[in-house]
Ligand binder design. Structure first.
Ligand SMILES: [Zn+2]
Length: 467
């Protein structure tokens, strides 16, 4: 058995690990890479192995940096099945369709400029047709059910507590009388996140591929998330400006809706309008309702006890679908909250809000998620006072805040707790740290070695580990 690390190796995005076992090939995740634009463009377009040679894909969760390049894989000749939970399939259908649309419209916009300049035109990475073909390949498996997906290779999903339907993937490989268990963490959530259950683990693990996004950092406690949000909203109201929250449409947006709902019903939220500006918003919330099997106990109770029966909505919260309604927010007077993707400001409607409101001193931009290197979100977070959007420069004069309490990823201590729990039934022989920027993965490696884990690696992109 071996693992070929093709993505999220010494970086955070583009999750993609190719497992070879029993003469078969299993691809864990096929995510979109975000980073410097030219590099991202090249890397996402070129699948680094023969797509047709992959037998099956196992998808840990629906986030685009894990699922976003599946249509490219299908386009490149992949003809197998894609295994995931039901919620992941449903969310991936929404996210991939949205991704195709954004890419088609972004490419059209860039091409208008290139045509004027006499340059060659770009093609979108994939289209809605490619997404339809991709979704057709999904086969869903519920949590905790072991299923043989190839001869001698069984998969089982346990809850990763990171987003609706998110999993850690357990691969049991039987090869000539020897059984080996590989655990792929996916993205590990934080205990105590609203809506979701806490991350789970499994024992008797031989090899681990583990995320390390926050391998060198501790979060502010999750219970401060509510207070920080409220404080930011109040300050924003005092300044009379907009509060822009770049947020991925699925997951963090529902968490924000849930928290704002609580603040509204407790009477703490100042009287202002809240807009969730993404065509995905309403549809995602509908998917949430279809998957109570993914909820924690509190969310199940709130479904019954919420004053208007909707823990993800309230009177002053508007979900915006249509582009002309979104454009109306450009001229909106007075304070308001606008939650809009993409979470790293790499596309989507948040770019228009940055163009129209980012240059005003009364605006606040609140980052509630991780900002990868090379993204516009990271640039603004690090104090960039000019944003290049669709090739043009725009000033950023808004106040910038980061809500550390909001991560959907475990911090260093929670990652260590997770792997310690795995070790309770015997130490894994090897641990591969992925899905973290280099210094973060290396720091976690040092921490784990300090705790006596024998063989901890931070693989380079393109490297192979023989197991
Ligand atoms: Zn994720």
């Amino acid at each position: 058995m071996n693992i070929h690390f093709w993505g999220a190796a010494r970086t955070v995005t583009g999750s993609m690990h190719l497992i070879e076992a029993n003469g078969r090939r299993v691809l864990l995740d096929c995510g979109m890479y975000h980073g410097r634009r030219k590099e991202a463009f090249e890397r996402n377009r070129n699948i680094p192995f023969d797509a047709a040679s992959v037998d099956v894909v196992v998808l840990s969760h629906a986030h685009i940096d894990h699922s976003g390049n599946l249509p490219t894989l299908v386009r490149a000749g992949f003809r197998g099945e894609i295994y995931s939970t039901g919620a992941t399939r449903d969310l991936a259908a929404l996210l991939l369709m949205d991704s195709a649309r954004i890419q088609e419209s972004d490419v059209a916009r860039v091409n208008r400029r290139r045509r004027k300049q006499g340059k060659t035109l770009f093609e979108p990475l994939y289209t809605e047709d490619d997404v339809v073909e991709t979704i057709d390949r999904f086969v869903t498996i519920p949590y905790h059910r072991s299923r043989e997906i190839l001869p001698g290779i069984a998969v089982r999903f346990i809850d990763a507590g990171h987003m609706l339907g998110s999993t850690s993937v357990v691969l049991d490989v039987d090869a000539v009388g020897e059984r080996r268990r590989l655990l792929f963490s996916g993205d590990i959530g934080r205990p105590g996140l609203p809506i979701l259950r806490d991350p789970q683990t499994i024992g008797d693990v031989d090899h681990v591929i583990m995320e390390s996004t926050y391998g060198n950092r501790l979060h502010e406690p999750a219970d401060q998330a509510q207070d920080y949000l409220l404080e930011t909203v109040r300050r924003c109201c005092d300044r009379g400006g907009k509060l822009l929250i770049p947020s991925f449409a699925v997951g963090r947006t529902q968490e924000l809706a849930y928290r704002l709902n609580q603040l509204w019903h407790s009477g703490d939220l100042p009287p202002l309008d809240v807009y969730i500006d993404t065509p995905l918003g309403v549809r995602t919330t509908e998917v949430y309702r279809l998957h109570p099997e993914c909820f924690d106990r509190e969310m199940v109770q709130r479904l019954q006890t919420d004053p208007d029966g909707d823990p993800l909505g309230f009177d002053r919260l508007t979900y915006i679908k249509k582009a002309d309604e979104s454009r109306r927010l450009n001229d909106l007077e007075g304070p308001a909250i606008i939650i809009s993707p993409s979470g790293m400001c790499e596309g989507g409607r948040i770019l228009h809000h940055l163009i129209h409101h980012g240059g005003k001193k009364s605006t606040t931009i609140l980052f509630v998620g991780f900002q990868a290197q090379g993204t516009l979100g990271r640039h603004i977070l690090e104090g960039g006072r000019e944003a290049r959007i669709y090739g043009d420069p725009y000033p950023i004069r808004a106040k910038v805040r980061r809500a550390g309490a909001y991560s959907a990823h475990g911090d260093r201590e929670q990652l260590v707790e997770w792997i310690e729990e795995v070790r309770e039934t015997g130490s894994p022989k090897q641990i591969f740290l992925v899905h973290g920027e280099e210094q973060s993965s290396l720091a976690l490696k040092e921490t784990l070695e300090g705790r006596g884990f024998p063989s901890v690696h931070v693989p380079e992109r393109g490297s192979v580990a023989e197991l």
